[in-house]
Design a binder for this molecule. Structure first.
Ligand SMILES: NC(=O)c1ccc[n+]([C@@H]2O[C@H](COP(=O)([O-])OP(=O)(O)OC[C@H]3O[C@@H](n4cnc5c(N)ncnc54)[C@H](OP(=O)(O)O)[C@@H]3O)[C@@H](O)[C@H]2O)c1
Length: 250
């Protein structure tokens, strides 16, 4: 297997949860890692925090420019942020849909548009988009995530074909239930809505996971690191599900 060269990685939502685990795993491999968040992200030693809201049209360009000027690249772009608030399909209003569109589709596309051409010029690029198993197994109480993640999965497929001959790959990692603040919020909202104890709702959530537990953020990060590696050079335009076997389709 090829060894990894040292690269510059830009990781969205890197102050907590899955993004944080990804940032730490990439840094442990020797990459320069810059993480973004709306609040100044709390980071481990050696990781560089940057305040940037992926939904904000004005933040993408300065973010990419700052990374390029300070560290070069980015060579690895991990498109990740928080998920949209939970809600069933008929309960979500226009504003909710617009905010989810900005967060999950337009924000990531804007960054991809700025970063991919440079990756192609340099002859190497890895884009990994964090989506959700909701893409393959729709969950009724996170409707915005289900709908917009289907859209971003299609966008990833198109992006993956743009610079494939220049060493640039674009793939998705679709996590199942993963033990983070986001999961606790979704389960808390479900417990409140259904008037049931959190522990019961949590147990029900993992009961459909053959592994019998929620994933750890580090387990999602391991998949991202593979797709971001030199070794994954011929993996392009795919969705890697990391869900303890939860998804029932092939
Ligand atoms: N956990 C799960 O079970 C699970 C399952 C499937 C899919 N996912 C998806 O995986 C992604 C990460 O989830 P997570 O569980 O790690 O979430 P999390 O624990 O809520 O962490 C989200 C991180 O993203 C940052 N963030 C939120 N909105 C942002 C924005 N607009 N711009 C930049 N950064 C932003 C947050 O920091 P600030 O608040 O400071 O911005 C935080 O650091 C989400 O898209 C989620 O839907 C999670």
């Amino acid at each position: 297997m090829q060894s990894n060269a040292q690269r510059t990685a830009l990781v969205g939502g890197g102050g907590a949860g899955i993004g944080r685990a990804v940032a730490e795993a990439l840094a442990a491999q020797g990459h320069q890692v810059v993480v973004t968040g709306r609040k100044p992200p709390e980071v481990a030693n050696g990781i560089h925090p940057l305040v940037a809201d992926i939904s904000d049209p004005d933040s993408a360009e300065p973010t990419v420019r700052e990374v390029a000027e300070r560290f070069g690249g980015p060579d690895i772009l991990v498109l990740n942020a928080g998920g949209p608030p939970p809600g069933r399909i008929l309960d979500l209003g226009d504003e909710h849909w617009r905010a989810a569109f900005e967060l999950l589709l337009l924000g990531p596309l804007r960054l991809a548009r700025l970063v991919l051409p440079g990756m192609a010029e340099r002859g190497f690029g890895r884009v990994v988009i964090i989506t959700s198993t909701a893409v393959r197994q729709p969950q009724p109480d996170i409707a915005a995530s289900v709908v917009l993640r289907a859209a971003v999965t299609s966008a990833a497929k198109l992006l993956s074909r743009e610079f494939a001959d220049a060493g640039v790959t674009v793939n998705c990692v679709a996590p199942g239930p993963t033990d983070t603040e986001r999961r606790r919020q979704i389960l808390t909202a479900r417990a409140r809505r259904e008037g049931r104890p959190y522990s019961e709702v949590e147990a029900e959530d993992v009961a459909v996971v053959p592994a019998g537990r929620a994933g750890r953020a580090e387990e999602i990060a391991a998949a991202v690191c593979f797709l971001a590696s030199d070794a994954a050079s011929y993996v392009n335009g795919t969705v890697l599900t990391v869900d303890g076997g939860r998804t029932e389709t092939t």
